[in-house]
Write a protein that binds this ligand. Structure first.
Ligand code: SF4
Length: 329
């Protein structure tokens, strides 16, 4: 079946993926492969803007590659690669930075937020982050970028940069990417309050053992008003129930919804049921991950092959860009 266009997305190498990454992004990456040509990039250069200690960067890149492959990324059709292995992206970043007003970059809410989070590490790369992101997207002539609502301004900004470049150099070399709004659920961490993330240590890693997973699930915060076993609970305010809705059968969801409210079901049993279902759901993922992990050279081979294919696309775009800017061939 003919594909509808080319999708690009980048994922940061933050090590092993967690449930929030899976439900929020990775699952969508896998599904998009059915309708689009997909280019997925592990953005290690982007990671450098906030990671000072790079001791684990290469390992973290490998770990996220394992997660993506185990989740169902099909490298024979999808281009999966590491950003730094396509040097053309840094060349395009430099060229695009000449048509990007500095004031706009420093005004972006995401930049201000990063400054607030890392006041001691406000580096030049952080300011140019959206320009590098634009270079990533347009280098592969991607039509579509899947985004959640909060990322929409980034893509709008990328479109502005592309327009400025095409106008300044009187060319159509770069394509304005379109946003594909994706329903990205906000997955709460085990604290039941904040978005799941490693920095808050409220996450559940996909590649944990079933025992570790159960331990994490048992730490999940439930309905805060349910103080004793015999108190009726309210599943509508409980994160465990939200997870049941994703990982448990319709009958189990109905049972939890009913029996929690009458206190016929206690939180311990409810969590045990969720942990069992989550582990069952993750079984094929874990088996596939272990298989890939037993052959690291195959995983790196996939990434190198992806980079080779990405470089071919990138070089074709850069030929047009150099021509437009009148840089020597
Ligand atoms: Fe949440 Fe389940 Fe406890 Fe109800 S029984 S409060 S849904 S953990």
């Amino acid at each position: 079946m003919a594909k509808k266009g080319r999708v690009f997305s980048g994922i940061r190498p933050t090590g092993r993926a967690h449930l929030g990454n899976y439900l929020g992004a990775i699952q969508n990456y896998v599904a998009l492969q059915n309708d689009y040509e997909c280019v997925y990039c592990i953005v290690d250069l982007h990671a450098l803007t906030t990671v000072e200690d790079t001791e684990n960067l290469r390992q973290n890149t490998y770990e996220i590659a394992l997660d993506l492959l185990a989740a169902g990324i099909r490298p024979e059709e999808t281009i999966l690669f590491v950003q730094s292995q396509v040097p053309q992206v840094t060349e395009l970043h430099t060229i695009l930075s000449m048509v990007t007003p500095l004031g706009k970059l420093t005004d972006l809410p995401t930049f201000k937020e990063k400054v607030r989070q890392n006041p001691d590490n406000v580096n030049y790369g952080l300011v140019g982050y959206p320009v590098l992101m634009t270079a990533d997207i347009v280098l592969y002539k991607s039509d579509i970028v899947p985004v959640g609502v909060d990322q929409a301004p980034h893509i709008e900004f990328a479109r502005e940069i592309v327009r400025s470049f095409n106008y300044r150099y009187n060319t159509k070399a770069l394509i304005e990417p379109q946003m594909k709004n994706t329903v990205i659920p906000k997955v709460l961490g085990i604290d039941g309050k904040e978005k799941m993330g490693k920095s808050l240590n409220n996450h559940i890693e996909l590649a944990s053992t079933p025992e570790e997973t159960q331990q994490r699930v048992m730490q999940m915060v439930t309905d805060p008003a349910r103080l004793r076993r015999n108190d009726p609970g309210n599943p509508d305010v409980c994160n465990v129930f939200s997870m049941h809705k994703i990982f448990s059968s319709a009958e189990e969801v109905e049972m939890v919804n009913r029996d929690c409210r009458t206190a016929a079901l206690g939180c311990v049993d409810c969590k045990k049921l969720f942990a069992k279902n989550l582990n069952k759901n993750l079984e094929p993922f874990r088996a596939k991950r272990a298989e890939f992990a037993s052959k690291p050279e195959q995983v790196w081979g996939i990434l190198h092959d992806g980079a080779r294919r990405a470089r071919e696309l990138a070089e074709a775009t850069m030929k047009e860009v150099r021509e437009a800017v009148q840089l020597p061939e």
